[in-house]
Design a protein around this ligand. Structure first.
Ligand code: NAD
Length: 331
């Protein structure tokens, strides 16, 4: 299968490298509005660079969009209008109106779109989903989610990121839906600028918390931070009537025990999302090749992306208005 990869920035070049060893991929053509950047990635990997985004899409059997967020909606439209099965990195857009326009278009045309929430392919999150689905976890009491980035992004990223909940928390919001098969019905969120005053300049926060109420009545808690001195810490702890278990706790988790003789900081803690989720990204792209070949349905649809965004929007509203927000308020 000949893939076009659009956008050769941080995640684009990472995906391009993974695609060179993805089963079923026979050719990769990269494109970027920054043509020299695409050419450099192509030269590094020994693949083709197209003269334009449209040329890359036209030539390919299927399209992987890894461009900047504000280009996603238009690129999904262009790719699906050309009849190409399309993978797109999260999110569709940062606002509900643009997201819904794309969802309506994809739904009406029956186009194939696979959204890039890679945790759905992480072995730990998949095991958590199994634990819930088989009933082994029993009645879910509480799920605790940790999303702690090692370093804040550079300043230019902050005003275009959508803020902590839409940019970063959205992965946890997708994960809670994926793992539980349940919907979030209410949120109560708060946050503060505690370490990096630059976030306040843009009305954003560097530390956020949220209580999510699921349809079952179970509660989930999220803590989300832009800085963690020891590395990239992503966990989901599940507590039910039948089991207590955790995703993201292994020999590289950047956490130390204060108990005498307890585990100390690992020598090689996860430094970033690329290291932590490498297997997930590999499996996600392999799954997309199967989706594009028509062998399986999209495992993460545009509707899933819309639902995760709605939870993030509810968290923003809750924090701004200092009150619980029902999801039905977020139309
Ligand atoms: N799933 C994940 O874990 C994950 C991780 C990182 C980034 N992302 C998402 O991936 C996307 C890219 O993030 P990044 O960190 O690589 O950004 P980046 O700024 O490093 O790269 C973006 C690239 O897109 C290019 N671009 C912009 N508009 C374009 C257009 N219309 N057509 C073609 N190329 C265009 C830019 O020139 C740049 O090279 C974002 O939407 C981000 O949310 C997802």
């Amino acid at each position: 299968m000949h893939l076009a990869l659009i956008g050769t920035g941080r995640i684009g070049r990472y995906h391009a490298a993974l695609l060179t060893s993805t089963p079923g991929v026979t050719a990769i053509t990269v494109a970027d509005v920054d043509q020299p950047r695409a050419a450099a990635v192509a030269a590094d990997l020994g693949i083709e660079a197209a003269a334009s985004v449209t040329a890359a899409i036209t030539a390919a059997d299927a399209v992987v969009i890894a461009a900047a967020t504000d280009a996603h909606a238009d690129l999904i439209m262009e790719s699906t209008a050309a009849g190409k099965p399309t993978f797109c990195e999260k999110p569709i857009a940062l606002d509900l109106a643009s997201t819904r326009t794309v969802v309506d278009h994809v739904t009406a045309t029956g186009a194939t779109v696979h959204m890039g929430f890679q945790r759905r392919f992480d072995p730990g999150y998949r095991a958590a989903r199994q634990l819930v689905a088989t009933g082994e976890l029993g009645t879910i009491y509480v799920i605790r989610m940790v999303g702690h980035d090692p370093q804040p992004p550079h300043e230019a990223y902050i005003p275009v990121s959508g803020g902590l909940f839409r940019d970063f928390g959205v992965h946890d919001f997708d994960a809670i839906r994926y793992v539980t098969g349940d919907e979030v019905v209410e949120v109560y969120a708060d946050g503060a600028v505690l370490g990096f005053p630059v976030f306040a300049t843009y009305g954003d926060i560097d530390t956020g918390v949220a209580i999510l109420t699921l349809g079952s009545g179970a509660r989930a808690l999220l803590s989300s931070t832009r800085h963690n001195p020891h590395g990239y810490d992503i966990r989901m702890e599940l507590f039910g009537s039948g089991d207590s278990a955790v995703v993201g706790w292994d020999e590289r988790t950047p956490l130390r025990s204060l108990e005498p003789g307890g585990p100390q900081l690992p020598a090689d803690p996860y430094p970033d999302f690329q290291a932590r989720f490498r297997t997930a990204y590999q499996r996600e792209l392999a799954a997309f090749v199967e989706v594009a070949a028509g062998d399986r349905p999209s495992p993460c649809t545009v509707v899933d992306a819309l639902e995760a965004l709605r939870i993030a929007v509810a968290c923003d509203r809750s924090r701004a208005e200092h009150r619980p927000v029902r999801l039905e308020e977020v139309a």
